[in-house]
Design a protein around this ligand. Structure first.
Ligand SMILES: [Zn+2]
Length: 609
């Protein structure tokens, strides 16, 4: 098989351009079709780079070859290959704004890939090179293939790393982090886990020792759950910047790309939130990458992904991300319970559960809804709702087995499969999940998932919380909230009560369908001008809600609303006060969270791994 060669030049990053040069083997005297990726696994949708390409030229030697687009598949380019030509080059600029600043960037290969349209494109051989400014550093799991060759340009203005060939699948799964201020830190003493950083300033490329120690324990505790790993070396690639528009992470088999605020590690409060992202993406190495729903394993990037099992792929990763953070000492048990209360309340307030199933939020994962009425429409609910569902599963196994078995006993054979390998993909179906759970504890798991995930289930699944010995309640005052912004916590207590999501300056971002505000006729985009007789402020609104609650009830909450050219007074018949979610212990019931959050014994693990 002849090898595609791709060179991506990142030296124009400050201007938002990646220059791409691809050498493509072709058949002489034929019409060749080239394409770019469409369905991207880690975003679970068809958001490939088709609309971010400029300056595309195909050529054979000195000769430019005309191209035409397939009008019925807009990511396909058709080129007539002259006789005697067996390799052509394609050059283009990829315009990528989401992942870059002037001083650092992520190269996500799907943004730079162009290849022959081919049924088995993921298996095609490709050799990649990356060019960066000479003062920059570069990290990528492509280094797991072997040490790259490094060459310097004649004028000294660039250096190029050339990696050993791999499959298109492996390349697409191996993003690169490049930056002026760049560092790499060994996390575990065996050198298998590496934290790679690029930051706006040099100061932030040295992570606090707690972060490295915490990640080492996270690696240990995660492998204790899964038993075997499916990578040679794992890299957390983390960009720390004030200039990246969107924070978050993306999973890959032996690395992850994570975008955090500049002080994401340095500020303990920020760190408390972002360690969950590092944990979540790491769990995906097993759940989502090694084991993957069969509908997420097409042989090309053109076949639509079937997202129906995202409540396993993302939901179970959500469940383990928090549990593993506590087992690793990166979060406290109190913080964990606060998180579960917050998420369970969020699920309970999801009006759209009345008409869409959890499974359907995965099947429709490529849909993107705006903020207005988003609670009624539902969005990517398989994350949060998946967490409470898998808590239900874990507590069910624990309580019925007298605490002798747990979800870990499912996770180990299912996601680890007791044999350490390099990155490979092992697909699964819902039937496989059901059989594996039956091995741990015989039960009607098919019926369980049918009722809770596949069918429309309007009520939130709080069985896991109840079985763990707790109850979700709503209180007049917040508790703890060591990690979340007080304003956000206050706004969510208004959401759970009055039923409005407040944006900035009194504008309603969303209204909970069938909640008090909805019954009073309020709608997203309307703005609260006055609360009672006072100008709008969050404090005044909280005061108004409290003064009309409980015994002070009777009088409605009175708001003056404005929208476009209209102003009117609305009276909301609501007396439930502020509603801060909280988990409270149920007397006499065993506390199953103790076992769930308990550190796993890692002694002897080195032999397994
Ligand atoms: Zn995820």
């Amino acid at each position: 098989m002849r090898v595609i060669q791709i060179l991506v030049d990142l030296t124009d990053t400050p201007r938002g351009l990646f220059h791409v040069d691809v050498q493509l083997p072709v058949r002489p005297d034929s019409t060749a079709t080239f394409t770019t990726p469409l369905w991207i696994q880690e975003s679970h949708r068809d958001n490939g780079p088709i609309s971010s390409i400029a300056g595309l030229f195909f050529s054979a030697g000195e000769r430019t070859l005309p191209w035409r687009r397939n009008p019925k598949a807009v990511s396909e380019y058709l080129v007539d290959i002259p006789a005697g030509v067996d390799t052509i080059s394609a050059t283009f600029d990829a315009i990528v704004t989401r992942f870059l600043t002037r001083r650092l960037t992520f190269l996500s290969w799907e943004n730079a890939l162009l290849y022959p349209a081919h049924r088995d494109v993921r298996k095609l051989a490709i050799q990649a090179s990356i060019t960066i400014p000479p003062t920059w550093g570069l990290s990528t799991s492509l280094e797991n293939l072997g040490t790259p060759a490094v060459t310097h340009s004649a004028d000294g203005g660039a250096k190029t790393f050339s990696y050993l060939p791999c499959s298109v699948e492996r390349l697409e799964d191996s993003p690169a982090l490049a930056g002026l201020y760049h560092s790499e830190h060994q996390v575990t003493s065996d050198g298998r886990h590496i934290l790679c950083l690029a930051a706006d300033t040099e100061e932030y490329t040295s992570p606090p020792q707690e972060v490295l120690g915490g990640l080492a324990r996270l690696a240990e505790q995660t492998q204790a759950v899964f038993g075997a790993r499916h990578y040679d070396r794992y890299r957390w690639l983390v960009a720390l910047s004030e200039h990246i528009p969107q924070h978050g992470g993306g999973e890959h088999h032996d690395s992850t790309q994570i975008m955090m605020p500049l002080k994401g590690f340095a500020d303990p409060k920020e760190r408390g939130n972002y360690v969950q992202v590092l944990s979540h993406e790491y769990v995906h190495s097993w759940n989502g990458k090694y084991r993957r729903p069969a509908g997420h394993c097409p042989s090309d990037f053109a076949t639509p992904l079937d997202g129906r099992l995202l409540w396993v792929y993302e939901g179970l990763s959500m469940y383990y991300q928090d549990v593993l953070c506590v087992r690793s000492g990166l979060r406290t048990p109190d913080g964990y319970r606060e998180e579960v209360a917050t998420i369970a309340a969020w699920v309970e307030g999801r009006a759209g559960k009345a008409w869409r199933s959890l499974e359907d939020t995965g099947a429709g994962s490529s849909l993107r809804v705006g903020t207005a009425w988003s609670n009624w429409m539902r969005g990517l609910d398989y994350y949060e709702e998946g967490l409470v569902l898998w808590l239900d599963v874990d507590t069910l196994i624990r309580s019925r087995s007298d605490n002798k078995r747990s979800l870990d006993d499912f996770a180990k054979p299912f996601f680890g499969r007791e044999i350490t390998t390099s990155p490979v993909v092992v697909p699964y179906t819902l039937g496989d999940v059901v059989s594996a759970l039956n091995e741990v504890m015989p039960y009607d798991w098919q019926g369980f998932f049918q009722a809770k995930a596949l069918d429309v289930a309007p009520q939130a699944d709080l069985d896991g919380i109840e079985r763990a010995g707790y109850r979700l309640v709503y209180c007049d005052q917040p508790e703890g909230t060591e990690l979340r912004e007080p304003e956000r916590v206050t706004k969510s207590a208004i959401w759970h009560g009055l039923g409005i999501a407040l944006g900035d300056e009194g504008v309603l971002a969303d209204v909970r369908r069938y909640g008090p505000a909805d019954r009073a006729g309020l709608a997203p985009r309307q703005k609260i001008a006055k609360v009672g007789d006072s100008e709008f402020s969050l404090e005044n609104l909280v005061e108004e809600i409290r003064s009309k609650s409980g015994d002070g009830g009777g009088d409605p909450v009175r708001l003056t609303m404005v929208h476009e050219d209209d102003e009117w007074v609305v009276e909301i018949d609501y007396h439930g006060g502020m509603r801060f979610p909280r988990l409270v212990r149920q007397d006499g019931k065993p506390d199953l969270f103790q076992g769930i959050l308990e550190k796993r014994d890692v002694a002897g693990m080195a032999e397994v791994l």
